[in-house]
Design a protein around this ligand. Structure first.
Ligand code: SF4
Length: 177
């Protein structure tokens, strides 16, 4: 299973769930939605930590924020959970589908209570090999937070793009350790 991963704090519980399901997992870090290369590297460092701790492979999609900005153009002022986010999900899932080359894939995006799994599944249904795994079920979000705390993962308190940072009031970091 290819697991599209947005950040380690979301990913910990998802990796555990897939292991429980008996899935062999490869992480695919694709995060061109992030507002800066620095933030991309910061989140990647914790994803690497998670991959090493779980002894699973990690592939990294190069940061390409210009392409992402073109994908959400005209929707910059949408509130979170609106059309901008739908396009953002589509962008990352498209890149994951390309990477997966027909292998099954799913995404950590469904673990967040701020992201509607139904919308993610609608987008994912475009690909036959997308698996609608709803990681927030069975207390998945709480478990991910618990693992993040135990592992000391850097946890941001905005979703990722400059528009979410703007709407969070510019407060970007929240250390859970
Ligand atoms: S708020 Fe999050 S999901 Fe929505 S567009 Fe920004 S990075 Fe993507």
């Amino acid at each position: 299973m290819i697991l599209h991963i947005c950040c380690a704090p979301c990913g910990g519980g998802c990796v555990e769930r897939l292991k429980e399901n008996g899935e062999e997992t490869v992480l695919f870090y694709s995060n061109s939605n992030l507002n800066s290369q620095e933030e991309f590297e910061r989140r990647l460092a914790c994803v690497r930590q998670l991959a090493e701790a779980q002894q699973i492979k990690l592939a990294v999609d190069p940061y390409d924020h210009e392409s992402w900005l073109r994908a959400v153009e005209g929707y910059e002022n949408e509130p979170e959970q609106g059309e901008r986010c739908r396009r953002c999900f589509n962008f990352s899932l498209s890149r994951t589908a390309l990477f997966a080359e027909g292998e099954n894939f799913c995404t950590t995006l469904t673990v967040s209570p701020r992201k509607r799994s139904k919308v993610i599944f609608e987008i994912g249904s475009e690909w036959n090999n997308f698996v609608p795994e709803d990681f927030k079920k069975r207390d998945g979000y709480r478990r991910s937070c618990e693992i993040a705390r135990q592992s000391g993962f850097y946890r941001q308190n905005y979703c990722g793009c400059e528009f979410s940072l703007r709407d969070s009031g510019g407060n970007d970091a929240n250390d859970l350790s």
